[in-house]
Design a protein. Sequence first.
Length: 168
Amino acid sequence: MLERKVGFIGSGVMAEALIRGIVETNIIEAKDVYSSDPREERREELGQMLGDNVFAKNIQVINRADVIILAVKPDILTSVAEEIGGKLEEKHLLVSIAPGIKLNTLENNFGTARMIRVMPNTPALIGEGAAAYCRGPKATDKDAETVNQILSSVGYCEEITEKLIEKG
């Protein structure tokens, strides 16, 4: 079991698959998983898994978690960065599953270099995914192991270079 507190900024289909995977495989206890979503009905749905750990504001997740999974569509990345970019601390690992967003764009928008970019695929929704990830310049071996365990809860994963993610 990982001794981490994981927060999801955005709670769409892929975020839910990852939440379900880490909770059902006991990678992380549900009490240590947080999520935010602006839609009340979505918060209620996720509340069935996470109880009171689902919030309307992203900052509520940032204040509780040390691993932040950015699970938003690329078109709202800038607004999310404006809201939470200055709030990320040294303790935070930023993990992006936002498609097409490069590590340097994440660093420029969120002001942190401790990050990992992930390219998951839809079979993760049924626990049969294949995901690739690459580290930012300051991500540690422990950070990579954390991401590896999270992604392994919904399938297979492999660390690769960002150039290979771009080719995919």
